[in-house]
Write a protein that binds this ligand. Structure first.
Ligand code: MG
Length: 386
């Protein structure tokens, strides 16, 4: 029986995790739940799963008589908890992940910014305590499954990308994309920030950095392939020319269940792929001139230091400005590029340096909006320079 603490229980991955738990009776016990602002859903989760501990940013939790309010620190260090599922987003999961690994808890990580921003610290903490760090991201779960049982001989990792909704858009039309259009992802249903990141391909860029740290693979051996069908979730190419791939329905329940049941593989509740209806699988090269965020992420990952933290902070702020209609779709990459250019990096950063760089980048990115508010010129003209 796995005894889990679920951080980010009301988000997209959090609710999918609880759906998997419902389908694994007697195999997973929910010891703790933590969520941000959605107290209504958290209250109902508490009533259903009866965690001993819960954490909420608000106090108006109802019917929690049998559950005790606790800090994130208390939850991830709790003796009964053996597995911490980090399903938060942004920089929120950073510190709890580090503390959990230091306390030798198995960490199931879906919060990709944690590895992107602090890959060196996080992997060092896991190595030092001997804790397992397991991916809950469809591409990384696929790579992990392809690599299990192998002992080297890898030529390259191939991450697949859906290409997002604008893969076939002419580049000159990208500038006019509205938030509503960008939020309509063709395959995956996800939170708003990651959906925009999928449309700009920043999400794939973050996943390249994530793969670098998870599988200790140099950046030049990690490539991206557009695969709009979202059936092949990633591939590993070996030195003898063999390629292994993982195929399944595009549903996060599968990578979540695989990580929860590891090292076992157990009966799932998703239907298998139907070979009767599956006729073709298509793959195309990625156009990183059209989607510069992928290149920016790769460059930030290769440069290391505090650059990946700036990448994350600037992107989150720029995506937020875009969702509010304050900057254009194509400004997201420009703002991130400017933040990276202006940043003074710190090498081998500790947690404080990383959070400082992230905060600096957010302020830097937000200033692009503030500057516009003080001008009387029109939106289009004024955003030209961003
Ligand atoms: Mg992914």
């Amino acid at each position: 029986m796995k005894k889990i603490a679920l951080l980010g229980s009301t988000g997209s991955i959090g609710t999918s995790t609880l759906e998997v738990v419902r389908h694994l009776p007697g195999q997973v016990e929910v010891v703790a739940l933590a969520a941000g602002h959605n107290t209504t859903l958290l209250s109902s989760q508490i009533r259903e799963f009866h965690p001993r501990l819960y954490h909420s940013l608000h106090t108006d939790i109802v019917d929690s008589a049998e559950s005790i309010s606790a800090s994130l620190q208390d939850i991830v260090t709790d003796e009964e908890v053996d597995t911490v599922v980090v399903a938060t987003s942004g920089n929120v999961g950073l510190e709890p992940t580090l503390v959990a690994l230091q306390n030798k808890k198995t960490v199931l990580l879906s919060n990709k910014e944690v590895l992107v921003m602090a890959g060196e610290l996080v992997t060092a903490a896991a190595r030092k305590s001997g804790a397992h760090l397991l991916p809950v991201d469809s591409e990384h779960s696929a790579l992990w499954q392809c690599l299990r049982g192998e002992s080297g001989g890898v030529r390259r990792l191939l991450l697949t990308a859906s290409g997002g909704p604008f893969h076939h858009y002419p580049v000159e039309q990208l500038v006019g994309i509205t938030p509503a259009k960008a939020l309509a992802h063709p395959v995956w249903s996800m939170g708003q920030k990651i959906t925009i990141d999928s449309a700009t391909l920043m999400n794939k860029g973050l996943e390249v950095i994530e793969a670098h740290w998870l599988f200790d693979t140099p950046f030049e051996s990690i490539d991206v392939l557009v695969h709009p069908d979202c059936i092949v979730h990633s591939l590993v190419e070996f030195v003898d020319g063999t390629i292994k791939a993982q195929l399944s329905q595009p549903d996060m329940a599968l990578p979540i269940q695989y990580a929860l049941s590891y090292p076992e593989r157990v009966q799932g509740f998703l239907p298998p792929l139907s070979w009767e209806t599956l006729r073709t699988l298509t793959f195309e090269p990625v156009d990183d001139k059209k989607f510069p965020c992928l290149r920016l992420a790769r460059e930030a990952g290769e440069a290391g230091m505090t650059f990946p933290a700036v990448l994350c902070g600037a992107d989150e702020a720029a995506v937020s400005l875009f969702l509010q209609g304050r900057v254009r779709f194509t400004d997201i990459a420009s703002i991130v590029q400017r933040a990276l250019d202006a940043h003074k990096p710190v090498s081998h950063p500790d947690l404080a340096h990383i959070l400082e760089a992230d905060g600096w980048a957010r302020t830097f990115a937000a200033s692009h909006d503030a500057r516009r508010q003080f001008t009387s010129s029109g939106y289009a003209e004024n955003t030209q320079e961003i």
